[in-house]
Design a protein around this ligand. Structure first.
Ligand code: CA
Length: 450
């Protein structure tokens, strides 16, 4: 084992990785899958009940359960006192509030209580206009779309499905139009002394509960690398690629919301490695003791590996056991050059000598890693490891696919971000545009709570 300056395991790991990726790159790409992230869509239903904030209380009739002042609504198609047009359409206003931003599948029912059963058909409409007052014909609401109809009135709460009208927080006014039964139907108003029979709007919604909870992240929103999280190798080099690794701002910096790993073409005296023709950056969390056993590891990044200008460039986000030894999880390898630029690589390693590994190339259906920011995610669980590109699952490994899964994937791993130059995929040539920036918007680590 050749030892590189300052550390050895990482260098050897990446060096042996390259050979195999080359061999697999010529094989047919696995068919793309379209699964979405697992475990992220569990829904929990919540019900909220709202009382009316206004209604067209009808007061003068002390009959049919009208037990006092402003305690009843009345509906009727005709023969209503004080209503020369013979029709009364009580209106009720509600304010829906407190629904969370991630509320989905919102359902709502308007519920009115009746003391008696009637053969009265009633239709609830969305309404505009005042719902506050005696409900006189002159002040009647303007009826909007019919939402729901009941053929009769039952004793107890009667409900109308108004889900199509209730879309979230906000004010909603409904009017009740009675089509049959030649008399009034009385309904307790919002001011009825018995609170348990007042009008209500029952709203039920789902909230997606994500079992993956954020446990660690670097959003790179400051002005300097957070050295409590990352160790930036300095004045180091590997035996498998060309550059000198430095922690200078010329090679690694945080600005504009991104971490940038920059490869430069320059002559640089690199310790015992002599003069190098390129410089680069290499970050890891082993020395900062940021380690994880299982979790969802996600990077949002823009790679410099475009179709025509990136030969010999190779950014990567990967993980290694904190104690060294066997095992490696590559969230993504973003290899440059015309042959590779569209196919981010997913990989796992058991050992380097002899080399035992499994890998996969995902051909992005449109675009490529250099055309903008993309997300690269690995979900590492006790019985499966899944890879995603832009939220689409592209690969999965399990103990069934990988005989050595259980031997190496149940121990703490640390994170690595590096930007290789040259090596087994070829060195930069005259077409390679330098400096080249590997821009990382964030690194996030989630772990399951359930
Ligand atoms: Ca950011």
């Amino acid at each position: 084992m050749r030892t590189t300056r300052g550390w050895s395991a990482g260098g050897l790991a990446a060096a042996t990785m390259v050979t195999v990726l080359l061999s697999s790159a010529t094989g047919p790409a696995r068919a793309d899958q379209t699964n979405t992230r697992q475990g992220s869509a569990a829904a929990q239903a919540t019900t909220a009940t709202f009382g009316a904030t206004a209604d067209t209380t009808y007061t003068p009739i002390s009959a049919d359960g009208d037990n006092g002042v402003k305690t009843t609504l009345a509906s009727c198609p005709q023969s209503c006192e004080g209503n020369s047009n013979g029709e009364r359409q009580p209106a009720l206003a509600f304010t829906v509030q407190g629904l969370p931003a991630n509320a989905t599948n919102i359902r709502a029912s308007l519920e009115l209580y009746s003391w008696q059963a009637f053969s009265a058909g009633t239709t609830v409409h969305r309404a505009t206009g005042s719902a506050d007052g005696p409900g006189t014909w002159a002040n009647r609401p303007t009826l909007g779309a019919a939402l729901a109809t009941r053929a009769s009135v039952a004793v107890g709460y009667n409900s109308w499905d108004v889900s199509t009208a209730v879309t979230g927080n906000g004010g909603y006014t409904f009017a009740l139009r009675q089509s049959t039964y030649n008399n009034r139907v009385y309904w307790p108003s919002r001011e009825h002394q018995t609170t348990s029979i007042r009008p209500r709007l029952v709203v039920t919604y789902d909230t997606a509960t994500d079992p993956w909870q954020l446990v660690w992240s670097d959003e790179f929103n400051g002005t300097a690398l957070d050295t409590t999280k990352w160790d930036a190798r300095n004045n180091a080099y590997t035996d498998y690629d060309l550059p000198c690794i430095t922690n200078r701002p010329e090679n690694v910096f945080v600005s504009g919301g991104n971490l940038t790993l920059r490869v430069r073409k320059e002559q640089y005296a690199c310790g015992g490695g002599g003069t190098k023709q390129y410089t680069t950056a290499y970050l890891a969390t082993d020395k900062t003791n940021q380690t994880f056993t299982y979790g969802r590891f996600e990077m949002r990044a823009k790679s410099p590996t475009g179709p025509t200008n990136s030969k010999g460039l190779w950014p990567a986000f990967w993980m290694r056991p904190q104690t060294g030894g066997n095992g490696e999880i590559d969230v993504v390898e973003l290899q440059g050059g015309a042959q590779y630029y569209r196919t981010p690589v997913q990989a796992i390693f058991y050992s380097y000598q002899p080399q035992v590994k499994q890998d996969h190339r995902y051909a992005m259906p449109t675009g490529h890693p250099a055309d903008g920011f993309h997300t690269y995610t690995t979900e590492w669980e006790p019985n499966a490891i899944r890879w995603y590109v832009d939220g689409v699952q592209v690969w999965e490994r399990t103990p069934a696919t990988t005989p050595w899964f259980n031997e190496v994937f149940h121990k703490p791993y640390h994170l690595r971000l590096n930007f290789q130059v040259g090596g087994w995929l070829g060195d930069p040539d005259a077409t390679t545009v330098l400096p080249a920036d590997f821009q990382v918007d964030y690194i996030r680590v989630y772990q399951r709570t359930s």
